[in-house]
Design a protein around this ligand. Structure first.
Ligand code: GLN
Length: 301
């Protein structure tokens, strides 16, 4: 659909505009590309899909149709938002993760595809009767995806707690749990283990792990729209791993496991911290992009 030339500049707001869906898609792709958006064609589709409330394949079949004035006005406004680098997921209010759709907003980190490997790894170790703690739960996507998987709604563990320092994030997590039928979860506000008073079979965490000074180098969608407190891992990125790993043994049952998402260059340091607290069976797992992404370990003493 994007094979043609960018059409003559037309005015979206022109009441008599008889511009077609195909032309609008080409126009939007071009505008998005010019501000440095990589998936410009995909985002052009998504914006128009939102306005028309249809799927991408429906849109492709209707390339010759024109838009109503209301649709043009709405599309223009969404395009301006995306040109300001507001993430698609904030514009739509939704993010896909592990085969499910989660509600998101500016109070939570947008779920990343790289994190699906963490869910995959945890689910391999679930048998149905475990208790699970997800530290820094954010939108709740990890805990909920571990619980209900990508199909059906059978619970993979007995009880889960999602903890976060942000009440606003927890409101999103609760909404997601309700929406997706994960009714064996509870959400607790607090600074890491502050308000946790029981032990678990499994602790999971994807804490903030970006080095403070590296945040300025991230894409605008991340550095301006993901909550800073969900990204910033302190000077060396390890601030939260140190605190979590130090206290985790007190909150794990004997033989309990910890699963941590890590940055691509943090395996050595995080493994070292786990060894320091006498964790065993430490394993580093790569994501589908080939980068170290998850560290898992057992606490057996
Ligand atoms: N993985 C996220 C990113 O690449 C960072 C999330 C985090 O710090 N846990 O932006």
């Amino acid at each position: 659909m994007f094979a043609g030339e960018v059409p003559r500049l037309f005015c979206f707001m022109d009441k008599k505009s008889d511009v077609t869906i195909r032309e609008i898609l080409i126009y939007m792709k071009d505008r998005l590309e010019r501000v440095g958006i990589k998936d410009s064609a995909e985002d052009a589709y998504r914006l128009l899909c939102l306005v028309r409330d249809v799927s991408k394949s429906d849109l492709i079949l209707k390339g010759d149709e024109t838009l109503t004035e209301d649709e043009r006005i709405r599309l223009f406004s969404l395009l301006q938002d995306r040109l300001r680098r507001i993430p698609m997921q904030h514009i739509s209010g939704k993010a896909d993760f592990y085969g499910r759709e989660f509600k998101v907003n500016g109070n939570v980190l947008i779920p990343r595809q790289d994190t699906e490997i963490l869910v995959e790894e945890v689910r391999k170790n679930l048998h149905g009767d475990e208790t699970v703690l997800d530290m820094c739960t954010g939108s709740g996507c990890i805990l909920i995806a571990c619980d209900i998987g990508d199909k059906g709604d059978d619970k993979a563990f007995a009880k889960g707690i999602g903890s976060d320092i942000s009440a606003k994030a927890l409101a999103v997590a609760k909404e997601n749990a309700d929406m997706l039928g994960a009714d064996n979860l509870e959400f607790v506000e607090g600074d890491l283990f502050e308000n946790i008073d029981t032990t678990f079979d499994i602790i999971i965490s994807n804490p903030p792990y970006i080095e403070s000074l590296k945040i300025a180098e991230l894409e605008p969608e991340v550095r301006e729209f993901d909550p800073l407190e969900a990204l910033d891992g302190g000077e060396d990125g390890l601030f939260f791993y140190r605190r979590i790993i130090k206290r985790a043994p007190a909150f794990l049952k004997k033989g309990g496991m910890i699963f941590l998402e890590i940055g691509y260059n943090q395996a050595k340091e995080v493994t070292g911290l786990l060894i320091g607290e006498r964790f065993s069976d430490i394993e580093v797992i790569k994501d589908y992009g080939g980068n170290d992404r998850v560290v898992k370990a057992v606490f057996d003493i």
